[in-house]
Design a protein around this ligand. Structure first.
Ligand code: NAD
Length: 424
């Protein structure tokens, strides 16, 4: 963030990326510097210490954050990340992107994000439960179904959401189902939530292939990241007739020019914890090589800034559908645009997760649950409306899909802010 940072570091700082995308949208909308400042600055930030008693009796103090970026359109909504890379700048950027995502797909939330800086693989289940409960407890004044509603993100899952919901409920003295989303179905979760992000990614990825004149059946794809988003994206792509040539995780990548057997790979990951060593495939020398394959579709579904100023010129995919948040830096965006690649931006491509989180919250608050077909149909409808709106706006103004998506979202949030007026 400071002028002393070297250019590559700036390029890979997600907050620098998020602010530059916002500035771009503000200029396209001809809004003034006051609105830029307003929307570049998070509404509320909390940093907490999370003291943990380890299983061996020692005490370790972890650091957690929660950032509420904007509340003009409704309660704050956004995931909680458990990762060694969590920093306040990263959480700020992710919170801002959540604001735009909710506005773009027209759900009545503002954006938030949270995280604890730890590598969950280094902690036992009991330790992770204690971290989750203490972190939730420290955030009690912020959280609630009408104020701030967390969800899973990198390193967290349905179990973490169950502990958060239980900790909040016990402290309130009654069960509050609507305080988190991404809960297990047995605990008031929604059918279809677990695969919703992937389903949305695949919906717009297939639409983008069609937009580029590439037939879906027989198209080729590579998927980076084989977690909650990547694995179901790979499965749904294969179900649609796309040949998934390569997938990776943080441990390595596997490749099969004939197309991977995704269900068999999922079973391998379930038993070993990684894609590495999957028998019916070739290992790739370096995990990042997957990004440079000559494929029709690339789905980055892992972490930020993986396509950046240093490597964007090596990416050969025709369409890039961003399952992850912030995988492409602004410098890389420019390189990819020059090369003619179509980038479907994160706030559109991975919005399926927050759309079904919204459905989960609606169902939980009404204590009335929908069928999985109903959830999936409503998700597809919203993804399609958002996709068409972004493509039409991009064509009308001759701008990229990212610029179009961000500009539409910023306009929606700015209008909400202007209608409410500045207090006092
Ligand atoms: P996850 O923890 O379930 O999975 C992350 C995956 O990425 C793992 O397979 C991990 O091994 C892999 N990975 C990490 N670093 C990597 C690297 N350098 N190269 C290759 N693989 C790497 O997390 P997730 O929930 O699937 O989230 C992935 C991305 O999608 C994040 O950017 C997240 O913010 C975004 N996202 C998630 C949701 C959701 O509903 N879970 C919704 C919207 C966006």
């Amino acid at each position: 963030m400071t002028a002393t940072l070297a250019a590559p570091v700036q390029d890979r700082n997600p907050l620098v990326a998020a602010r530059s995308q916002l500035a771009d949208a503000i200029a396209l909308l001809d809004l003034g510097p006051g609105m830029l400042d307003m929307l570049a600055t998070p509404r509320r930030e909390v940093t907490v210490s999370v003291p943990l008693r380890r299983d061996d009796g020692s005490v370790e103090v972890l650091i957690g954050h929660r950032v509420q970026h904007n509340l003009s359109r409704g309660p704050a909504k956004g995931g909680v990340r458990f990762s060694p890379h969590v920093s306040l700048d990263e959480v700020r950027a992710l919170a801002m992107w959540m604001t735009w995502k909710c506005a773009l797909v027209n759900i009545p939330y503002g954006g938030a994000k949270g995280g604890v800086t730890l590598d969950p693989r280094q902690y036992s289940r009991g330790e992770l439960q204690r971290v989750t409960r203490r972190y939730t407890s420290e955030l009690m004044p912020l959280l609630g179904p009408t104020t701030d509603i967390p969800a899973p993100d990198i390193g967290t899952d349905e179990q973490v959401m169950s502990w958060m919901m239980d900790t909040y409920s016990v402290n309130r003295g009654h069960t509050v189902l609507g305080v988190v989303t991404g809960k297990p179905v047995a605990l008031g979760g929604s059918l279809g939530r677990a695969s919703a992000t992937s389903r949305g990614v695949v919906h717009v990825a297939l639409a983008a292939l069609g937009h580029r004149g590439i037939a879906v059946r027989g198209a080729t794809a590579a998927v980076q990241g084989f977690g909650k988003v990547g694995r179901d994206a790979a499965r749904l792509l294969a179900d649609a007739g796309v040949r998934v040539l390569a997938v990776s995780d943080q441990y390595g990548a596997v490749h099969d020019p004939a197309g991977l057997d995704v269900p068999a790979l999922m079973a391998h990951v379930d038993s070993t914890g990684s894609v590495v060593g999957f028998a019916a495939s070739e290992p790739m020398d370096a995990g990042d090589d997957l990004l440079y394959l000559d494929v029709d579709l690339l789905v980055p579904a892992a972490v930020e800034a993986v396509i950046n100023a240093d490597n964007a010129h090596r990416v050969r995919a025709r369409v890039i559908a961003e399952g992850a948040n912030g995988p492409t830096t602004p410098a890389a965006d420019a390189v990819l645009a020059d090369a003619g690649a179509l980038v479907v931006p994160d706030i559109l491509a991975n919005a399926g997760g927050v759309i079904v989180s919204y459905f989960e919250w609606v169902q939980a608050n009404q204590a009335y649950w929908w069928s999985e077909d109903d959830v999936n149909a409503r998700l597809a409808e919203r993804m399609q409306v958002a996709w068409e709106g972004v493509v039409a706006y991009a064509e009308r103004r001759d701008i990229s899909l990212r610029q179009a998506a961000t500009t539409l979202a910023v306009e929606t949030v700015a209008n909400a802010h202007l209608a409410r007026g500045l207090y006092p």
